[in-house]
Write a protein that binds this ligand. Sequence first.
Ligand code: KG4
Ligand code: ZN
Length: 339
Amino acid sequence: MKDTSVKILAIETSCDETAGAILIGKLKTKKPDFKILSSVVNSQIEIHKKTGGVIPEVAARAHVKNIVPVVSQTLKKAKLKLSDINLIAVTAGPGLVVSLVIGVEFAKTLALSTGKKMIPTNHMEGHLYSGNTASFPALSLIVSGGHTMLVLMKDLFHYKVIGSTVDDAAGEAFDKVAKLLGLPYPGGPAISKIASGVKTEIEFPRPMLNQNNFNFSFSGLKTSVRNFIKDNPKVKKNEIASAFQEAVVDVLVKKTLKAVAKYKVKSVSLSGGVAANKMLREELTKACKSAKVSFSVPPFEMCTDNAQMIAIASYIKLLSGYKPVAFNKVCADPSWEIK
Ligand code: KG4
Ligand code: ZN
């Protein structure tokens, strides 16, 4: 991989993970052909546990402290110097502006001081490409703390968002319901841990399941859980957690399968932080098997935020013909949505 290859250093600071990764990839190829040389994630979970959620100012302070050590470690792990890198990629949005700006301005400073070009990349494209989609047309379910979307991919480079949440994201619902149950942040792992293997008769509503579109809504479900807790103070937490998890997974799986049928897709991929949920992974695996479409989900560590996925998305952008830009063309864009 020498003459026609590119080395990309990617930086991600959109929420509460400070992350760096280095990818080496072939350029003169139609199909992605790359290797990840290093990936470092500094998670702020322990800090945000104390407040039960991410306080932007607190996240930003941790990014300020961690950005230099994380990028230095990323280079060190790959046994590379900054001068060996060809391009600098960075998550430019969506995310918390005070978090984004630290990665973006740091990446711009690296680019300015070394004369390297940059690839500003969308965080959701990172999640989208963290899954290994096998055959097209493909459907991708992205479920994170800030987003829930169904993306139809005609091929690797052309996609369209066919549905998204009209209120809370799936991960956000896990985090808020966990808080109602007195469980720690992040709520997803805490809920799935206490819900594991718990059978329950409780049935929460399946919002928007029968509507003729691919949108989601989780805010009403959270309210149902809140009312249920108020009205039934003696019911065990693990039963409520289990019923809530079942409702979320049921809606996500059924809506995905509806889109599979409508668009006649050949494969489904699942990504984003909530993709780390064991029940969701298992139920979607089963549903795809019965629908006879292939299914893929990244390994657990690639589901939650990392820079490896930003490096891959940036590399795919390059293959699709994207021309890297100068540092002064890059700006954090907290509300940058993919379409
Ligand atoms: O993708 P991500 O790391 O950050 C965003 O881009 O938002 O996703 C974080 C979200 C959190 O809401 C967290 O509760 C959820 O992913 N999450 C899970 C699990 N692990 C993380 N949700 C359900 N089950 C899990 N095992
Ligand atoms: Zn994310």
